[in-house]
Write a protein that binds this ligand. Structure first.
Ligand SMILES: Nc1ncnc2c1ncn2[C@@H]1O[C@H](COP(=O)(O)OP(=O)(O)O)[C@@H](O)[C@H]1O
Ligand SMILES: [Mg+2]
Length: 248
C-alpha cells in the first residue's frame, strides 16, 4: 500500500472514531483548533466558522449567551471557550464577555493575568458591584468576569436566582457572552447554568475520550431541556491535509 493510501485509510478510520456527531442530538460543525494559544490563520478561521454556525443556529439574537462545557475535565473547554471568545472579539469585532464559571478549577484569571476577585461568586453571593467584577482582558472588545473568591458550595452560586438577572443584564451590552463551565458529568453547575443560556457547546477531546461520556453529557443536557448547539472536536489530528479529509 502506498503511503498516501495508508494515510487515507488511517484518516477514514480516525474519522469514524472521531465521528462524535453520529447518534448525537443536533450535532454542530466539528472544528479542530489544534494549537490553542497561538493561532495560525486556519484556527482563527475555524473559530469564526463556529461563530457563524452559532449565529445560524441562534438567529435574530442581539446577544448570544453560550455555555461551553465538556463531559469530563481536561477536554479543552477552557481553551476552546477562551479562544472562541478572543477570536470573535478580535477578529469578528464583536464585544464579548468571557465568564469563568468553573468555580472548581478557575483558569481564566490566570491566563489573562487579572485578579480573581472580586468576581462572579462575590457578585452573586456577596453583592459585590458588578462593574468592579468586570476586567479588561487586554484583547480588544473582550471583557472578563473572573470566578471570584473560592466558595464551599459552587452549586449554590450556579443555582442562585441572581444568575438569571446577571446574564439578562448582559443582553444588549455584549454580542457574545461565553461561559467557561465545569465538567457536566462531575458537577451540577453546567446543567444549572444551561437553563439561562441560549445554547450549549460541548467540547470533546478527539481520539481520547470514550464516546459514551459525551453522549451521556448530551443526554443530561437534553433531559434538562438545554439547547445543545453541537460538539466541538478539540485536538483533532489530521494525517492528510484537511481539504482531502473533508472530501472522503
Ligand atoms: N487544541 C489543543 N492543543 C494543545 N493543547 C491543548 C488543546 N486544547 C487544550 N489543550 C491543553 O490541554 C489541557 C487541558 O485543557 P483545558 O482547556 O484546561 O481543559 P478543561 O477546561 O476542559 O479542563 C491544558 O493544558 C491545555 O493547554
Ligand atoms: Mg477548564
Amino acid at each position: 500500500m502506498s503511503e498516501i493510501s495508508k494515510a487515507m485509510d488511517r484518516a477514514r478510520r480516525e474519522q469514524g472514531r472521531d465521528g462524535w456527531s453520529a447518534g448525537m442530538s443536533e450535532p454542530g460543525r466539528i472544528v479542530s483548533p489544534s494549537r490553542p494559544l497561538r493561532f495560525s490563520a486556519g484556527e482563527a478561521e475555524q473559530y469564526m466558522a463556529l461563530a457563524s454556525d452559532v449565529a445560524l443556529a441562534l438567529p435574530n439574537l442581539e446577544t448570544r449567551v453560550l455555555l461551553f462545557a465538556s463531559a469530563v475535565s481536561g477536554e479543552g473547554t477552557s481553551t476552546v471557550a477562551r479562544e472562541f471568545a478572543s477570536t470573535v472579539a478580535e477578529r469578528g469585532e464583536s464585544s464579548t464577555l468571557l465568564i469563568d464559571a468553573n468555580l472548581r478549577r478557575p483558569s481564566v484569571h490566570e491566563v489573562f493575568r487579572v485578579r480573581r476577585d472580586p468576581g462572579l461568586t462575590d457578585h452573586i453571593l456577596g453583592g459585590a458591584d458588578l462593574e468592579d467584577c468586570l476586567r479588561d482582558s487586554g484583547t480588544p472588545r473582550l471583557s472578563i468576569l473572573p470566578s471570584g473568591r473560592p466558595v464551599i458550595a459552587p452549586p449554590r452560586v450556579a443555582g442562585d436566582e441572581r444568575i438569571g438577572t446577571l446574564l439578562s443584564g448582559f443582553r444588549g451590552r455584549f454580542r457574545f457572552v461565553v461561559i467557561d463551565a465545569p465538567p457536566i458529568l462531575a458537577y451540577s453547575e453546567s446543567i444549572q447554568l444551561s437553563g439561562h443560556c441560549d445554547g450549549v457547546v460541548v467540547v470533546v477531546r478527539a481520539g481520547h475520550t470514550r464516546r459514551q461520556l459525551p453522549a451521556r453529557a448530551l443526554d443530561l443536557l437534553d433531559e434538562a431541556g438545554a439547547s445543545t448547539l453541537g460538539t466541538v472536536l478539540n485536538r483533532r489530528r489530521f494525517y492528510i491535509p484537511q481539504f482531502v479529509y473533508d472530501r472522503i
